[in-house]
Design a binder for this molecule. Structure first.
Ligand SMILES: Cc1cc2nc3c(=O)[nH]c(=O)nc-3n(C[C@H](O)[C@H](O)[C@H](O)COP(=O)(O)O)c2cc1C
Length: 203
């Protein structure tokens, strides 16, 4: 079983984390991946605003995971480099969490686990969610990228013809699995959904 850490910070985009966890629990990787979930306290505030079920939606995320960890427990397994895993995704990643990771300030388990990924040279994907971006955000993204993280803002792939936020989020989550080297379910791949007549680009 490959362990994948999924961390949810207090940025907008809980739908993205849900789709990611669904794919990590899906038939393509069943029995091969164990998702270890971390939810920052601020993510619960976001859930109150973003989901019709409020914080109850976090229980659904927990059910999709192999194990849920206390974000304040700095003695949890992923706080140590000796606990093997195959990568960590912070989805969505707030600017506050980005700043902590980029500057090595391990104030909670989420920051510490990301710091461990960087020092152990393990995959770390940051789904940084904010717009527009200040120079501070941009500097922190560059610093995290230079330290080895992949900066992956949740930009929809407009060419897929997705008709809902859920569909666009599922496509984005599949791209995260690509980066982790995990098999993803069938989703639109360029240029499958583009008709040659309508496309403005040439193939
Ligand atoms: C509804 C809501 C949406 C938010 N969306 C964002 C966002 O998209 N990006 C961001 O950087 N912060 C956002 N914030 C602010 C963060 O929650 C705040 O900076 C918090 O301290 C982040 O803590 P964490 O990184 O430890 O989870 C949002 C807050 C709320 C209540």
């Amino acid at each position: 079983m490959k362990r994948i850490i999924v961390a949810i910070s207090g940025a907008s985009g809980l739908l993205l984390s849900r789709e990611l966890l669904r794919l990590l629990a899906g038939p393509e990787v069943r029995g091969k991946v164990a998702a270890h979930l971390l939810i920052s306290p601020a993510a619960a505030r976001v859930a109150e605003h973003e989901d019709p079920r409020g914080t109850a939606c976090l229980e659904d995320l927990a059910r999709l995971s192999h194990q849920v960890h206390d974000p304040l427990d700095l003695a949890a397994p992923m706080a140590s480099g000796s606990w093997p895993h195959a990568g960590m995704v912070v989805c969505p990643c707030s600017m506050s969490t980005l700043a902590a990771i980029a500057n090595g300030c391990g104030r909670n388990l989420l920051h510490r686990a990301a710091d461990v990924c960087l020092k152990e040279r393990r995959p770390l994907i940051l789904v940084t969610r904010e717009t527009p971006l200040s120079r501070i955000h941009l500097r922190n993204m560059l610093a995290a990228s230079e330290a080895g993280a992949v900066i992956m803002p949740p930009c929809p792939a407009y060419y897929t013809g997705a008709s809902s936020l859920e569909e666009a989020s599922r496509h984005f989550a599949a791209r995260i699995l690509d980066l982790l080297g995990l098999p993803a379910p069938p989703v639109a791949r360029w240029p499958e959904r583009i008709s040659r007549e309508n496309a403005e680009v040439s193939f």
